[in-house]
Design a protein around this ligand. Structure first.
Ligand SMILES: C[S@@+](CC[C@H](N)C(=O)[O-])C[C@H]1O[C@@H](n2cnc3c(N)ncnc32)[C@H](O)[C@@H]1O
Length: 283
């Protein structure tokens, strides 16, 4: 299947920031974390939180995961279907580590688009992309995973690392992923989970609840952000419960692969080709 897919065709015209500015008569201006409050009163507090911690985000990821976080992202990239001219969309892209891992794996990418609502995070991501990746083209845009500014069936794979837990409506985000995937395309979602083994789980929770928030708070200067991390992870459905959510959103061949004693899990789901199941001569 040949698709003339460019950044312009992927971005639905009504949803681009420039169009939004034209429609609402608001002027485009460089936003700072402080200005978010005035311009976007609806902005979720989580987005401001990521703006605040962006500067120390990568360092803390490496430190607090003992360097495992990049291996987990590589596992996501390994799940991307092979094929020529791939278009991948990375949701909650943050500082673009998943897109950069895809580039490092030398996937035959035509286009990689990262979407994230935090200006602070994608500003750093853009800087990394500029420094490291001349080709293939990687673009980072502002957007909410629950209402994506991208066209239908535009992606061969959609990735999301440590982002699904942060969205306001998980089911809506999963439906958006399905809408954007071409039939047969794959969603790969990496999220924290909890170890099944009781002893390992006890030790992990000791670290996760008491050590990690203190180190994260000290280095980022934002104690609330790293308390938010352990609280949201402990409340978020994982394993079979998350697989059930993916199936409810319409994904098939759903599976979960847990890593590092179950501390993180990669979920995979395929967007079904509905034309294949339609009876011959049917509507
Ligand atoms: C823990 S970071 C993960 C960043 C990156 N994927 C990584 O692997 O490091 C979570 C990201 O989710 C983003 N986020 C929060 N709410 C979101 C939403 N509704 N839609 C998309 N991204 C969101 C945050 O701005 C933040 O960059």
């Amino acid at each position: 299947m040949t698709r003339a897919l460019t950044m312009n065709t992927m971005l639905s015209p009504v949803m681009t920031a420039r169009n939004w500015a034209r429609k609402t008569g608001r002027r485009f201006k460089k936003m700072t974390p402080a200005s978010h409050n005035d311009d976007h009163p609806e902005r979720h507090p989580v987005w401001w939180m990521f703006d605040r911690i962006a500067r120390r985000y990568d360092l803390l990821n490496r430190l607090l995961s003992f360097g495992r976080d990049q291996a987990w992202r590589r596992e996501v990239v390994r799940g991307i279907p092979r094929g020529a001219d791939l278009c991948i969309v990375d949701l909650a892209t943050g500082t673009a580590d998943v897109l950069l891992a895809a580039r490092e794996a030398a996937l035959p990418l035509r286009l990689g688009v990262g979407v994230d609502p935090s200006e602070g995070m994608i500003a750093l991501g853009r800087e990394k992309v500029r420094r490291l990746a001349a080709s293939p083209p990687l673009h980072l845009v502002r957007g909410d995973a629950c209402a994506l500014p991208l066209g239908d069936a535009c992606a061969d794979a959609i990735t999301m690392a440590f982002g699904i837990r942060n969205v306001a409506d998980v089911d809506a985000a999963l439906r958006e992923m399905r809408r954007m995937l071409r039939p047969g395309g794959r969603a790969l979602i990496l999220e924290f989970s909890l170890p099944e083994n009781r002893l390992i789980r006890w030790a992990y929770l000791l670290y996760f609840r008491h050590v990690l928030p203190r180190i994260g708070g000290l280095i980022s200067g934002d104690f609330a952000a790293y308390r938010y991390l352990n609280q949201t992870v402990e409340q978020f459905p994982y394993g079979a419960a998350f697989c059930a959510k993916m199936r409810a959103a319409g994904f098939v061949a759903v599976s979960a692969r847990s890593m590092t004693f179950g501390v993180a899990t990669v979920y995979e789901g395929v967007s079904p080709d509905l034309t294949e199941t339609r009876p011959a001569g049917g509507p």
